[in-house]
Design a protein around this ligand. Sequence first.
Ligand SMILES: NC(=O)c1ccc[n+]([C@@H]2O[C@H](COP(=O)([O-])OP(=O)(O)OC[C@H]3O[C@@H](n4cnc5c(N)ncnc54)[C@H](OP(=O)(O)O)[C@@H]3O)[C@@H](O)[C@H]2O)c1
Length: 283
Amino acid sequence: MKYFITGGAGQLGYDLIKELKKRKQDDYLAPTIEELDITDLEVLRKVVKDYNPDVIYHLAAYTAVDKAEENKDLCYQINVVGTENIVSVAKEVKAKVIYISTDYIFQGNKDGIYEVLDEANPINYYGYTKFLGEEEVKKLKDYLIVRISWVFGLNGNNFIKTMLRLASENKKISVVSDQVGSPTYTKDLARLLVDMVIENKSGIFHATNEGYCSWYEFADYIFKINNLDVNLKPILTKDYKTLAKRPLNSRLSKDRLDEENLERLPSWQDATLRFCQELKEEK
Ligand SMILES: NC(=O)c1ccc[n+]([C@@H]2O[C@H](COP(=O)([O-])OP(=O)(O)OC[C@H]3O[C@@H](n4cnc5c(N)ncnc54)[C@H](OP(=O)(O)O)[C@@H]3O)[C@@H](O)[C@H]2O)c1
C-alpha cells in the first residue's frame, strides 16, 4: 500500500510515520510544508498524481486555535481550501482519505457524551474550519474522519510539556477545572490509524485515550507521577479568558471502535505515564 501524508512533520505526523515504518508499511511520501503547500492545488495535484497513493493521511492543518480567531483567512485557506484540494486530488487518483478532526466541532454543552453522528455546531473558528473540512471529505466514496482531543506527543508543544516547564520555573499554576474531556497520545492514536486503514474501515470515529478528566485533574496527575510539589489551583473557565472559546464537555463516545472491532486506546493515565517516561529517556 502507498501512503501520502500531509503534516508529516507535525506532532501526530511524527508518530504516524514511526508506526508505519514499524509495521513495514514503508512506501510513503510525506512532504514538508516547504516542499508542498496544500493550498497550492496545481503543485499538490502534480506531486500526488506522480506518486499515485492508495491512501492519503491528511494531518496538515492550521492548529493555532486562539490565533485562528484573528487570522481567519489563513486558517480558512489551510483547513478548508487545503482540504478541498486534498479531496479533489484524492478523487483523481482514487485514494482513501483519513482526515483528523476535533472535539471543537461541537459546542460542548451536551448533557451526555458526544456520539459520532451528533449534530456539529462548532464552538470556535478553528472548529468551524475543521467542520467544513469534514463536510468536504464526506463527499468522497471512501474516507475516515477521526475526531481527537487534547493531543500530546513527543514532537510538539503540548499541555504536559507546558505543565512540566511551569513547574520547573516554580510558578504558581492555575488550571481550569470545569472543562472535561480526554487526552490523546499521538503514539497510541498512530497505532489505531494504521489499524483502521489496514482493516479497511471507513466512516466517522472518535479516538482518544480512555477515561475522562478535567484539565485540572490532568495537571494534578502529571505533577504526581513526576514527584513534583506544585502550587496548583483550580480555576473556572469564566475566570480564564482565551481568544477562542473552549468546550466545557469534550467527552467523545468511542462505541464505534467496539462496533468495528477496533482496539480502544489505553487509559489517559497509562498514556501520560509512558509519555513522561519517554520524555525523560529523550533527555
Ligand atoms: N493538537 C491538537 O490538540 C489537536 C486536537 C484535535 C485535532 N487535531 C488535528 O490533528 C491533526 C494533527 O495535529 P498536530 O497536533 O499534529 O498538528 P501540528 O503539530 O500543528 O502539525 C500540523 C502540520 O501541518 C503543517 N502545515 C500547516 N499548514 C500547511 C500547509 N499549508 N501545507 C502543508 N503543510 C502544512 C505544519 O507545518 P508547519 O509546522 O511548518 O506550519 C505541521 O507540520 C490536525 O489536523 C489537527 O487539526 C489536533
